[in-house]
Design a protein. Sequence first.
Length: 293
Amino acid sequence: MIRLSENVVQLGNRHFNYFVVGQKQAAVIECGVSGGVHSFEKQWGPWKEQPHVKYLLAMHAHFDHVCGLPALRQLFPEAGILSSKEGQKVLNNPKILADFFSQDDSMSELLIREGIIDADVKSFSADRIVVDEIIGEGDEFELDSGLSIKVIDAPGHSPCGLAAYLPSEQMMFISDAAGFQINDNDIFPVFFQGYEIYMETIKKLMSFPVRILGIPHERIWFDSDIELFYQRAINSAETAFNNIRSMLDDGIDDDIIKSTLVSRYYKDALKIYTPANINLCVHILLRRVKECL
């Protein structure tokens, strides 16, 4: 458990960050995976100043951001689940959720192998996850007196992507809107919805005054390092797009392009995902570049 500010505490483990916002009435921002919630719960239990958790924010509906919801809902049965309208559609689809929780099982196995969680950790599952409230651009809700969360639409990685901003703290939570941190110097670009809208979202998020940047995976960024993070995100997306376009212009076979991308990015923290997952990711990146040409 790390206190990031007067009103925000970070829980979880090195692969999955959960942010508890509020000292009395609280929201949990980022819902992660079953194994991540196991780490969360072990830290939550001894916390003497536990706030009442009123909201669980599903920042976007990919397995590694929503499969922790059943475990969190068990821990906080009175908490309402908040999601975008597009996210709600995903969470109401049994076929998609079956695939999500299969990946959640694989993630639990990896966290066990790395010694991050106990060997007997139970992975949850659900046919549907009920969203209690739809949120989107311009919505704002208050927690403690004077502490409010402003909702920002953040598409590009996913149509259902959201960001959350705390004006009083100058703190921003961007989920995967700017990519996945492979390590402190390298970012996997994730423009799965579209390249142009992904870049627009990053630039939009950069316009907010921020002194703490809450990322769902790996390291949190502070002060002047935030601008450097955003610039890495932009550069990584531009470089990936241009490299893919160059290979296409040279007539290189799609399978070779995809294997080149996997070799480039599948390392360090990205290895928490299965090879099948990353192969699908680079397939989508290739398709999105082709759509721009």
